[in-house]
Design a protein around this ligand. Sequence first.
Ligand code: AMP
Ligand code: GLY
Length: 425
Amino acid sequence: MKILVVGSGGREHALAWKIAQSQRVQMVFVAPGNGGTASDARMKNIALTDPAALADFVEREQVKLTIVGPEAPLAAGIVNLFRTRGLKIFGPTKEAAQLESSKDFAKAFMLRHGIPTAKYRTFADAQAAHDYVRSEGAPIVIKADGLAAGKGVVVATTEDEAHAAIDMMLSDNRLGDAGARVVIEEFLAGEEASFIVMVDGKHILPLATSQDHKRLKDHDEGPNTGGMGAYSPAPIVTPELHARVMREIIAPTVQGMAKDGIPYTGFLYAGLMIDASGNPKTLEFNCRMGDPETQPIMARMKSDFLSVVEHAVVGTLDAVELQWDRRTALGVVMAAANYPETPRKGDLISGIPAENDNCITFHAGTTLEGGKLQTSGGRVLCVVGLGDSVKVAQRAAYDAIDAIRFDGAQYRHDIGWRAIKHHQG
Ligand code: AMP
Ligand code: GLY
């Protein structure tokens, strides 16, 4: 059977890697893919991104199933288009993807369905937004309504920063349409966790828990990034908290979408903030898997992922029971020089160790040109170590990183610190 994975990041490499392990899979096409998917004999990159061109390709090659990695094609309606043409695809429709593509939609939805989240208001008028900041004070969070590739959220510690963010988005239009409206919300303190499930319109299948590291530098310092490392499981998500998140956040979301006439299908990722007393609130929804969370999650999945996704597209996820490797998987992102502002491209990469039972290297911003592997984007690799404890998994990842070379490589040295602290109590 032939499968198509849409996207080019570390998340898509991990999805393709897991799907390719299924006995029934003969080829995984990745569009457009990266240097890692280009190097794997079970995968083939195709240089297409336009949804209609992808649908043509799928028909021509008789691809049985398509899995979409990133949010942009989902928000553009790739699932709507494929379904119209009778092609099997896993992901949310354009309408359902609004949970991620419009913060205002997501906040209004949560309010309507009683899903715990930060108090907020939405503004298109800069003056009214400034007045609101003056009345609420700092810290306060300013978010562009639309998709802004990770640049749309400003956690302002002072009122001046909040006013500057409003000017940037509403007055100077620096984020274009994405910033034409802003959501201003209450600052939430606590610890973040990524809660990712698969949804078939009705049934919910939770994936293993995970935690990301958003800041560029050790000790959670430096600018926000797409994510510098992640591990699974996340010890902060105890069985009790897991049950509560399912009951208070995930189930009402899936039921609410169905009730609103926009049934949700696809991966659903709730970004949670867990306060000091253990109460979860929803920071955001993503209508896709996380990157880099996917890499450690897929590294731990033991079940046949193809069969799981097949159940998801026909609405029988309730028949699936997932099996996980009991070990911890911990992924460290190696990023290019000058990431996240202006990542440098074209640096030669060497020393990636062969995959083994304790370590897998997933590619993101890499290309294979003339047999040479080079950097081609901000986040270059995600090196995943597995071990019986967080520390052992961490060691496996960093031992592999010690062997990998490219000029300007930057990575954090403390991925997993929260989990280690948690285990030490
Ligand atoms: P978002 O894209 O909405 O998840 O925001 C990006 C990051 O900003 C989150 O991962 C948090 O670290 C931070 N953040 C967003 N909303 C809040 C909030 N209400 N309070 C505190 N931090 C927030
Ligand atoms: N790692 C965070 C995200 O994928 O949104």
